[in-house]
Write a protein that binds this ligand. Structure first.
Ligand SMILES: [Fe+2]
Length: 262
């Protein structure tokens, strides 16, 4: 970071799809990947203001995995020294996810981290609904410090993948109506398992890649194809805008590694 330069960093994880036991598709251990993110971030010297995880914390039917997810998120928080904030997605179990820190009373909430306000929304049903949108509009009536980051699972737009073209948030227009003219600096979402960036009504939208598997663009018109490629996103809130960088958790062998000549 940092505050001296007006650049604020948010580490954006999404779609962990943790399982109770064994590996998803015999390959993916979401809990292990959360731990690997902690190691990566520390080794790379990344010092975010906060970490946001935008849903699908567990694979559908694996509600028993929340305990291990909670422990791994606590470990990540301890290791990085910054808050880890979570939202839930369509694979999550809203009842079982209540055991996660911050989710006891409601899955949508506001969290203040220094100058930033995080507005964490629940789109586990595929939409926000009237009550949550009313809450959001009420929150946004009062601007906060360096502004607000909106985090939810479903992006407020479709994917360029034909099979996911209609998989965005069902009440996206109502969300954008609420955000337009507010102090929203960025919308962070997941769900598509591929990175995507957009600007909607002047608001930057960053869809983060998945920590579990990557959905490729050449799957065919009526298919999705998940590949074992774990990524996360580094979001920088800049004085005049937002940047988002997709980061591979595991790298192939380097072709070269040499000092920069300026
Ligand atoms: Fe997912």
């Amino acid at each position: 970071m940092s505050r001296a330069t007006g650049r604020l960093t948010v580490l954006h994880l999404s779609d962990v799809h943790a399982t109770r036991d064994g590996r998803l598709y015999d390959a993916v251990d979401g809990i292990e990947r959360l731990r690997t993110v902690g190691a990566y971030v520390c080794q790379a010297g990344i010092t975010p203001e906060a970490i946001v995880v935008t849903g699908d914390l567990v694979e559908r039917g694996h509600a028993d995995a929340y305990e291990a997810v909670g422990e791994a998120l606590d470990e990540l928080e301890h290791r990085t020294g910054v808050p880890v904030l979570t939202t839930i997605g369509n694979h999550d179990d809203p009842l079982a996810a209540r055991r996660l820190r911050g989710h006891g009373r409601s899955h949508h909430r506001a969290v203040i981290v220094d100058d930033l306000r995080f507005l964490l929304l629940d789109s586990s049903s595929g939409e926000l609904g009237a009550a949550q949108l009313t809450w959001l509009r009420d929150e946004l009536q009062h601007p906060h410090g360096a502004g607000s980051v909106i985090a939810l699972h479903h992006p407020p737009l479709g994917s360029p993948l034909p099979s996911l073209a209609k998989a965005g948030l069902r009440d996206a227009d109502a969300l954008l109506d609420a955000l337009e003219g507010s102090d929203a600096r960025a919308v962070l979402a997941g769900h598509f398992h591929h990175p995507l960036s957009a600007t909607l009504r002047g608001i930057p939208v960053s869809v983060g890649p998945s920590l579990a598997y990557h959905q490729v663009m050449d799957a065919g018109p009526d298919r999705v194809s998940g590949h074992d490629w774990a990524m996360f996103s580094l979001v920088h809130l800049l004085p005049g805008g937002v940047s988002a960088t997709s980061v591979n958790l595991h790298s192939p062998s380097p072709l070269f590694s040499s000092p920069i000549t300026r």
